[in-house]
Ligand binder design. Structure first.
Ligand code: S3P
Length: 447
């Protein structure tokens, strides 16, 4: 789905006393995988708490186009899967809209099938590098026809029988790890992924839950060897998707930055591969209480009580980047209100997200009076506690939902309003964002 046809600008104004008790929609990573693995497994999968954002809906449509039956009954999504190895050739190109996760994981899922599958997406997704997934698929015997620079639109055609590989993931990417493991599901023998730096582990955990023969070994240096035995049976499961920590970051940060705020956010996924932002904010002096920490469906979950706080600048260790990779834009906004300097390093992956997030954030900050320095893979922000003089600019969002939401949060705390050139694409990951923020007392107007 492309949003470039009808951009919807929005402006956030300085607000006070955000208060409320809210629930965040389901985690995007787990929601994509729920549709994919449910669509592939034999028998019935039932999902509650699914994120109904455009990205995830596109993944559901792709699974339907390949033979899965999906319907919604009340709050529950019910899927009848095809059975592992039994996906059907889609009649039309699979359109993933804005979603890198949907596109890249599905390339792994169907790439090794002896059939043609074509992948298309919006202007943002068509600019993103796909070679990181196509290269291991080529090693497994998949033929690829792609636009220049291994970009979409692209067509995959698997071999008669795919070859299992051992693949060392060259960058910290859960999408690449996952694509290779999913390709291994339709490949005889053992496919091994070597992961030098741990990234979010939803694929490993959920595949094991669906009955895949998958093992993980971590050596003394922390390098993980993930082995999957191909062509086994997957069986439908019941899944309750916890709240998305990456979406949580926006109301959470608004509550920290807007004076007088006190907000409780319920049912947030606290998987340790996703909690880097909370750790960083605690180091910055944020007042965040982690309440009712519990296990739900094999995942750590908690409620967060967040109160307005005076933040101090910190140096964020680069090795923490994989556990907070989607949160840097909103952390950079918080840094603009912190006392002193915040240094973020190890950010090379930010350049290949829905936009080049490093330059989009630096440009947005500068347009709103923030003193910051963009490096090749780093960002340094010098903050102004209280936000005096900040704001007054318009931010180019480049079809990137996290840039859009980050700068709306900035406008709630800055002295002058902050405008974003488009808010329509927020629906890709967080359709409820505007209503939920308004319910807390945030002043955001959409034109
Ligand atoms: C995701 C992995 C990350 C993250 C994205 C979701 C996933 O991407 O940025 O939002 O669900 O596997 P990379 O694998 O490119 O780091």
């Amino acid at each position: 789905m492309s949003h470039s046809a009808s951009p919807r600008p929005a402006t956030a104004h300085r607000s006070r006393d955000l208060t409320g008790d809210i629930r965040i929609p389901g985690d995007k990573s787990i929601s994509h995988r729920s549709f994919m693995f449910g669509g592939l497994a034999s028998g019935e999968t039932r999902i509650t708490g699914l994120l109904e954002g455009e990205d995830v809906i596109n993944t559901g449509r792709a699974m339907q186009a390949m033979g899965a039956r999906i319907k919604k009954d009340g709050d529950t999504w019910i899927i009848q899967g095809t059975g592992n190895g039994c996906l059907l050739k889609p009649e039309a190109p699979l359109d993933f809209g804005n979603a890198g996760t949907g596109a890249r994981l599905t390339m792994g899922l169907v790439g090794t099938y002896d059939m043609e599958t074509t992948f298309i997406g919006d202007a943002s997704l068509s600019k993103r590098p796909m070679g990181r997934v196509l290269n291991p698929l080529r090693e497994m015997g998949v033929q690829v026809k792609a636009a220049e620079g291994d970009r979409m639109p692209l067509t995959l055609h698997g071999p008669k029988v795919a070859a299992p590989i051992t693949y060392r993931v060259p960058m910290a990417s859960a999408q690449v790890k996952s694509a290779v493991l999913l390709a291994g599901l339709n490949t005889p023998g053992i496919t091994t992924v070597i992961e030098p730096v741990m990234t979010r582990d939803h694929t490993e955990k959920m595949l094991a839950g669906f009955g895949a023969d998958l093992t993980v070994e971590t050596n003394r240096e922390g390098v993980r060897h993930i082995r999957i035995v191909g062509q086994g049976e997957l069986k439908g499961q019941t899944i309750d998707v916890p709240g998305d920590p990456s979406s949580t970051a926006f109301p959470l940060m608004a509550a920290l930055l807007v004076p007088g705020s006190d907000v409780t956010i319920r049912n947030v996924l606290m998987n340790p591969t996703r909690t880097g932002l909370i750790l960083t904010l605690q180091e910055m002096g944020a007042n965040i209480d982690i309440l009712n920490a519990r296990l739900a469906g094999g995942e750590d979950v908690a409620d967060l009580r967040v109160r307005a706080s005076e933040l101090k600048g910190v140096s964020v260790p680069p090795e923490r980047a994989p556990s907070m990779i989607d949160e840097y834009p909103v952390l950079a906004v918080a840094a603009a209100f912190a006392e002193g300097e915040t240094i973020m390093d190890g950010l090379e992956e930010l350049r290949v997200k829905e936009s080049d997030r490093l330059s989009a954030v630096a440009d947005g900050l500068k347009a709103n009076g923030v003193d910051c320095t963009e490096g090749e893979a780093s960002l340094t922000v010098r903050g102004i506690p209280g936000g005096k003089g900040l704001g007054g600019g318009t931010v180019a969002t480049h079809l990137d939902h996290r840039i859009a939401m980050s700068f709306l949060v900035m406008g709630l705390a800055a002295e002058k309003p902050v405008t974003i050139d488009d808010s329509a694409m927020i629906a890709t990951s967080f359709p409820e964002f505007m209503d939920l923020m308004a319910g807390l007392g945030a002043k955001i107007e959409r034109s």
